[in-house]
Design a protein around this ligand. Structure first.
Ligand code: URA
Length: 228
């Protein structure tokens, strides 16, 4: 149970200070119809109605977005269009504010998790958890079989890193495209892995993050997912 002013502020309806005014100008009740008249009253977001409507995502946000190319995983709009621009704008007024679980580059498409359940950010990005990510990679010249062995070996050192990349599984799809499964998320890892062998990555698409894939999601669309 939390104070009503905290619930309203954390869910982006108003500031904590503005909660009294918000309460005066809206009809807030419990599910049983009891009207809440003081912002100091305690409740849960799940059990209140605001002007008859339940609170959106009362237990926090956890979504899978099919990220399109051209938007950035940042809250700084000077960096370009943001992935957050694709979500309901009120979410950005919530506390904690939603954030991406890991990042994809501006030109990378595919599976991107966004949450404001901050404990999940750590759980799903922690290097010790070995969360798998599946990428479709297109490169600028014909792929060689030796990459399969090298990436699987767990010996590939990337510039500036102290530890080699963990073993990664690569499957050649055709001359210039491959599927790569990695269980970690070093900075620009896929581009750097191929770059270390003289390839430039063109298109990069993340098909799957952990158990979540974007097969049934159009670019720019998102859906709620569950993680307990
Ligand atoms: N690796 C990269 O190089 N870029 C991404 O966006 C994701 C993984």
């Amino acid at each position: 149970m939390e104070r009503l002013d905290k619930i309203l502020a954390n869910h982006g309806f108003c500031s904590r200070r503005g909660a009294d005014l918000f309460l005066k100008s809206h009809h807030i009740t419990l599910l049983n119809g009891t009207r809440l008249l003081k912002t100091s009253q305690k409740a849960t977001a799940r059990e209140i109605l605001i002007d008859g409507y339940p609170v959106d995502h009362p237990d926090g946000i956890l979504i899978l977005l099919h990220k399109p190319a051209g938007c950035v995983c940042s809250h700084d709009s000077t960096e370009g269009p943001l992935v957050y621009d694709l979500l309901p704008s009120q979410w950005m007024n919530r506390t904690p504010v939603p954030t991406t679980i890991g990042r994809l580059d501006k030109d990378t498409t595919g599976a991107l998790l966004i949450t404001n359940r901050m404990e999940l950010v750590h759980r799903l990005t922690s290097p010790t958890r070995h969360i798998s990510k599946v990428y479709l990679v297109t490169v600028d010249k014909n792929l060689s079989d030796h990459l399969i062995e090298l990436f699987a070996s767990g010996t590939l050192m990337l510039k500036g890193e102290k530890e080699p990349c963990l073993p990664a599984a690569m499957e050649i799809i055709d001359q210039r495209s491959a599927r790569l499964i990695i269980d970690e998320g070093k900075y620009h890892q896929v581009k750097r892995m191929f770059g270390s062998q003289g390839y430039t990555v063109g298109k990069l698409h993340r098909e799957k993050f952990a158990e979540w894939d974007v097969e049934d999601l159009k670019e720019g669309c998102w859906k709620d997912i569950e993680y307990v």
